[in-house]
Design a protein around this ligand. Sequence first.
Ligand code: 9WN
Length: 435
Amino acid sequence: VDTTVDTTVDVERLRRDATRVLLGNWTGSSTLPSRTLYPHQWSWDSAFIALGLRHVSPYRAQRELESMLGAQWADGRLPHIAFHQATPHGAYFPGPEFWRSGDSGAGAPAGVPTSGIVQPPVHALAAWETHLADPEESERRGFLARVHPRLAAWHRYLSKRRGLGGRGLAAIVHPWESGMDNSPAWDAPLARVVPAPAGTFQRRDLDHADVGDRPTDLDYGRYVRLAADYRDHDYDDGATPFAFAVEDPSFNALLVLSEHALARIAEVLDLDPEPHEARAAELTAAMVGTLYDPDAGLFLCRDLINGEPIREYGAAGLVPLAVPGLPVAGELLRTALGERFRVGRVHLVPSYDLTGHAFEPGRYWRGPGWFNVSWLVHRGLIRHGAVGQAAALRASMLASAARTGFAEYVDPHSGEGHGSRDFSWTAATTLDLLA
Ligand code: 9WN
């Protein structure tokens, strides 16, 4: 069913409400994705939050990114969670007592407990655009000079330690690392993983969300097993016998965007931008050569355990649209606008193929539209000249944010909100679209 997108949004009110959400989730140095469901600082959330917060307070947006980068490990990895000390013990699973970052030999920071896995590298992009929001304030605080070495070390970690597939792309070793936790793309690779027994851990997410909106217990058993195995090998990428290792087009496309951003940052600092541009070009070529499927007109994930492409069509495969100079942009655009995703004709960008066998309109990353992914695809549409469709997508994002009270994700057909409300990156992407 095609939905008619409500474009009658009270813009001033929406801006005020989005600002209220971000300020309400601010802890003093960073922003919680949600006060109920996610009461700590998350890595890629932080980057999207900064991209919105910069329109409210460039200073706070800088602090947001700096506190995330303050959780960086000695090997350059940026953990997917920096635990917020004031959050009550046990409010989120898995918490610091599970990850035990302080015990690992990989050099977790002393000051803050963290997880040991990562999330997509949106940070350099966010740092660059945060700088642009107020270059004088940025210069006054030496923002770029302080974040550049950390961002460069983060990208180096991904290239060197995570180049597991040997073709120049970064690999993820846990579904949580994709940020799209229970995407149908992970079903086959996860089927090999022996789940941790149900009685050995306690989920906290179901205290705050509907069971039908979240990953299943079986998914959780496998998430726990993979994380515990990595932890028990000291988070050592060379020593862990990974049961799950995948090249994800969204993760790598974000790395490309961030390498381009790092090149711009380097220029401002009078450093050589060339290595970052070269890396961006190399990654783009590797992505197109390894992950693009011409028959599907879409980027697919690749399973590194069996070397095979994963034939599930998800929004991760559309994210490369945001990459400049993408040789297959025309075909990818056709897929975005076609029947699998119907961008501009449904609410947001569906996280999974609307015609796919595993599509579920309300369950997390198995169908619902998410604001961060939609924001990235919106950028891609503009980059490749699909101005009308970009406007329709933008209108659907603004209307959905307003209608649902900044829901975490949205049923692409009905527009109904799911998951948490007052969700930070929903508010942040709203503010950016309104800027
Ligand atoms: C696990 C915080 C995070 C997002 C992810 C989203 C969800 C966590 C969870 O929430 O994941 O990292 O507990 O389900 O899938 O994209 O960063 O908002």
